[in-house]
Structure formats: structure tokens, C-alpha cells
Design a protein around this ligand. Structure first.
Ligand code: VGL
Ligand code: ZN
Length: 196
């Protein structure tokens, strides 16, 4: 039984340079993420993708008291996954921040097209260990990782496959996870773990 899964958070146009909330260097991690995807696929391990998927008016946006300019409005080009991201046909995609009164920072708030939560899908596949990549280190990756730890998952943050809005804050976020027992890994570490 597989117990490891890859979780790719919010690699969408609006979080990449040129997007509404572009993370500087956000596109540079995509080739590395594609390597992780290949690695997990080759071992028949599940790969999950989240996407920020907001309505056009939401309490998450500044105009309604939130923190952010409009971004990742569902069914717009900014909300699409970055075209360089290799999404396998059998991947599970979870949409989050869908309702007009939530931020949806954590992947665990996401639902798939059948309204299954991430936690349900992970339990179904007997996943107990997550490898987490994506954008942004100091927001959605952080909240997703925190919630995964709270829920009892073993967590590995892929430091060469995540990028933050605030680079110093992102460093601190990673340090905090390491202190709490999460592991910080890079592609070579994961290759050694997964490839027999
Ligand atoms: C995110 C800010 C606003 C993220 C989402 O995916 O990290 N950040 N919405
Ligand atoms: Zn958002």
C-alpha cells in the first residue's frame, strides 16, 4: 500500500511573475516540481494539486475587507495552472477559497469535483506522509503544512520546489516546520528515498 503522496499547492498563473499576485521566482520552481511529479508517478504514488479558486467577489479580496487584490478568479486565465506544469491525467485537483467568505489558505479546505476533501482522499489512499511543494511558502504552503501536521500526517517540505512572497518570512516558516519535526528535503533526497 502506498503511504506517500505529493501535494502541489497553487502553481497558477496569478502566483507566477506577471500574475495578479506574482511571487518573484515563482516560475523557476516549476521544472523542479515536474521532476517530483515524474518521480511520484513512476513509483505509482498519488499526486494532488490544489488551486486557489475564488469567486469574483470575496471577503478574501481588499475591496471586501480582505488582504489581497483580486487573483485566481475561477474560470479566468489567472486561475489556470501554469502552462509549464505537467499535470498527469489521473491527478486529483482540489479547489479552495471557493466560498465568498473564506480565505482558503489551506489545501485541507479544498474539495475535488465530487466534493471530497483532501483528508478524505488521503485516507482513502492510505496516505500518511506528504511531500509538499508549490506557492506560496509563507501562505498556502504554510497553512497547508500546518494543518497536515495538526491532522497527524508526516510532512516533508520540498525546499527547492517552493517559493515565498516574503523571502525572509518564508525562511522562518521553513525553520519552524523543521523545529516541529517536519523534514526539509530536496530532489536528490527524495530520489534516494523513493527510488529502489
Ligand atoms: C495564496 C495569498 C492569497 C497562496 C492564496 O496560494 O499562497 N496567497 N491567496
Ligand atoms: Zn487567494
Amino acid at each position: 500500500m502506498s503511504n506517500k503522496a505529493l501535494l502541489v499547492v497553487d502553481v497558477q498563473n496569478d502566483f507566477c511573475p506577471g500574475g495578479a499576485l506574482g511571487v518573484s521566482g515563482g516560475n523557476k520552481i516549476i521544472p523542479v516540481i515536474n521532476e517530483y511529479i515524474k518521480l511520484f508517478q513512476n513509483q505509482n504514488l498519488p499526486v494532488f494539486f490544489t488551486r486557489d479558486w475564488h469567486p469574483d467577489s470575496t471577503a478574501h479580496f481588499k475591496e471586501k475587507g480582505g488582504d489581497w487584490p483580486p487573483h485566481c478568479i475561477r474560470n479566468t486565465p489567472g486561475a489556470e495552472f501554469h502552462p509549464d506544469l505537467n499535470i498527469p491525467d489521473n491527478a486529483d485537483i482540489l479547489s479552495k477559497g471557493v466560498s465568498p467568505d473564506t480565505d482558503g489558505y489551506s489545501a485541507f479546505e479544498g474539495i475535488d469535483e465530487n466534493e471530497n476533501s483532501l483528508d478524505t482522499l488521503l485516507k482513502e489512499k492510505e496516505v500518511d506522509t506528504l511531500y509538499i511543494a508549490g506557492l506560496a511558502t509563507d501562505f498556502c504552503v504554510r497553512f497547508s503544512t500546518q494543518e497536515a501536521m495538526q491532522k497527524g500526517y508526516e510532512i516533508n517540505v520540498l525546499t527547492d520546489a517552493t517559493e515565498g512572497v516574503d523571502k525572509d518570512a518564508s525562511k522562518e516558516v521553513l525553520d519552524t516546520f523543521a523545529k516541529k519535526g517536519g523534514r526539509l528535503l530536496q530532489l536528490d533526497d527524495v530520489k534516494q528515498e523513493l527510488e529502489p
